[in-house]
Design a binder for this molecule. Structure first.
Ligand SMILES: *[C@@H]1O[C@H](CO)[C@@H](O)[C@H](O)[C@H]1NC(C)=O
Length: 225
């Protein structure tokens, strides 16, 4: 009986501290140190597999090594959808374990606004960095991105919800993360960039369902880009 009460107390405190559904407008997640234990799990509104998507976020980091920016894995398959920064001016998008890499010029260290979209029917992936289109690439034409995902910020998943590696962790600040089940138009991307995201229906920074783990803090966003 004591054990049951203890578990109930643990469960209740987990619910009240770790889970939240929050408007994070003008807030950031701070990942303040390199680790393999600190991360944020995002709980999406997503029942169906994805034929099209757009994902946008802001990030500010002074790391120059490679790092995971957005890790979406499904059972039995990691790298189902992954945004991985290889180095300054070089980003990779993985879909269903395949990858494309784009190159461009960016200041470092400097906050970025990053958007990427993918359309199954053409396989075309678009990239927007600070509102500028980088070169389009193509991968996994005809594929469907599986669900339900485990979505993690701060770490790269080599397994569903785990398999983290310190050398791939993110250190810095992440904000304004939004995800749609459609490909946004260039005008929409500019609206997101300027702070007016049109109806984000999978992940919405202003109504975010998340769970923090380890050393992660929520602070005001004091930078813009
Ligand atoms: C995905 O986009 C294509 C057009 O690019 C559209 O024909 C298709 O219906 C979309 N799929 C879904 C599930 O929205």
């Amino acid at each position: 009986m004591d054990k049951l009460l203890l578990w109930m107390a643990v469960f209740t405190s987990l619910l009240s501290e770790a889970f939240a559904q929050t408007d994070l407008n003008w807030k950031v997640f701070v990942f303040p140190r390199e680790s393999e234990t600190d991360y944020v799990k995002l709980i999406p509104r997503l029942e169906k597999p994805l034929q099209n998507f757009t994902l946008c976020f802001r990030a500010y980091s002074d790391l120059s090594r490679s790092q995971s920016l957005f890790s979406y894995s499904v059972k039995g398959r990691d790298n189902e959808l992954l945004i991985y920064k290889e180095k300054v001016g070089q980003y990779s998008l993985y879909i269903g374990h395949s990858k494309v890499t784009v190159h461009g010029i960016e200041e470092h260290p400097s906050p970025i606004h990053f958007c990427t979209s993918w359309e199954s029917s053409s396989g075309i992936a678009e990239f927007w960095v600070n509102g500028k289109p980088w070169v389009k690439k193509g991968l996994q034409r005809g594929y469907t991105v599986k669900s339900p995902p485990s979505i993690v910020l701060g770490q790269e998943q080599d397994a569903y919800g785990g398999g983290f590696d310190k050398a791939q962790s993110f250190v810095g600040e992440i904000a304004d993360l939004y995800m749609w089940d459609s490909v946004l138009t260039p005008d929409d991307i500019l609206s997101v960039d300027s702070g007016s995201p049109p109806n984000p229906n999978i992940l919405d920074w202003r109504d975010l369902n998340y769970e923090t783990n380890g050393y992660v803090a929520i602070k005001p966003r004091v930078w813009n880009n």
